[in-house]
Each structure stands twice: as structure tokens, then as C-alpha cells.
Write a new protein. Structure first.
Length: 160
């Protein structure tokens, strides 16, 4: 038989051990924290802006310091905020419809920087000089987000 205090101590230790565990956001393996939910909400805003083919709405989510190196050492395909602006406008002008399916596989938040690991599928109905064409594809990206302070909105710094 256990002394009367032993079950209480065991119960407290168990509560402390499980009290630090986070529940997961529904349908994800992402810890349910306010910061992670904020990043997921931001990703949904981005998805909506892209599907609406609204270059200005997408650009409103991008930080002026944006720089994309496309994950390689070839600097000829790198672009900054101005390059993104030009590319988005040209791309959206020839796109008649866009469907984007995003799955956020992981989120990391460290103060005023966050990363969202995305898997995406797209279907785009584009108009080219040679005619209309549906383009489809899948890929992964690591979206880098920054903000200028805790109460400031997230902005995309890289990963598009």
C-alpha cells in the first residue's frame, strides 16, 4: 500500500509532464498555439489573393525586402520585390482561372521570423499567343515570413 502522499506526488508529476504538451491544430501535425494559428491564417490570406488573381493583394502580403533565389546558385533567376511585382502582373494578366491547394506541413515561429513548410498543387488556365492552356503542377516551398514587432502583421520575405 502506498503512503498517502505518494499518489498525490505521482499525479502532480504526471500533470506537469503532460501539461507542456500542445494539442494539434485540427487535420495537421502543427502545435495549436496562437502564433501558429496566426501563420496559418496568413497562408490562407495568401492563397485567397492568388486564387483571386489579385497582384496588389498578393503584393500587400510581401515585405519590401523580399528576395527570392529559387533555391539554387544560378543568380540569373533571382528576383526582388520589384521583380516579383512585374512577374505577378504579367502572370496574372494571362491567367483566366487559378486553383491553389495548399497544405502546411510545419510551422516554426521565433520572435519576428516564421517559416511555413508548404506543399502545393495548382491548376491554372492561361492564355498564350499560341492559345489557351491548362497548366498543373505540384511542389514544395519554405515560406519565410517576417514582421517588425509582435503586434505587426506577417509579411513574406522569401519562398514564393
Amino acid at each position: 500500500m502506498l503512503p498517502p502522499m505518494k499518489p498525490v506526488v505521482c499525479g502532480l508529476l504526471l500533470a506537469l509532464a503532460t501539461g507542456c504538451a500542445h494539442s494539434k491544430i485540427r487535420n495537421t501535425d502543427i502545435d495549436d498555439t496562437s502564433e501558429n494559428r496566426e501563420v496559418l491564417k496568413f497562408v490562407e490570406e495568401y492563397k485567397s489573393a492568388v486564387e483571386s488573381l489579385d497582384a496588389d493583394a498578393v503584393l500587400a502580403l510581401v515585405d519590401p525586402s523580399f528576395y527570392e533565389d529559387n533555391g539554387n546558385t544560378d543568380s540569373s533567376d533571382d528576383y526582388d520585390y520589384e521583380g516579383l511585382k512585374t512577374h505577378l502582373r504579367e502572370s496574372f494578366e494571362r491567367t483566366k482561372a487559378m486553383q491553389l491547394i495548399l497544405r502546411v506541413d510545419a510551422v516554426e515561429v521565433e520572435r519576428d521570423e516564421a517559416f511555413a513548410e508548404l506543399y502545393y498543387e495548382f491548376r491554372a488556365h492561361n492564355e498564350y499567343p499560341s492559345g489557351e492552356k491548362w497548366n498543373t503542377g505540384t511542389d514544395r516551398t519554405r515560406l519565410r515570413l517576417i514582421r517588425s514587432g509582435k503586434d505587426q502583421p506577417w509579411r513574406i520575405a522569401a519562398g514564393l
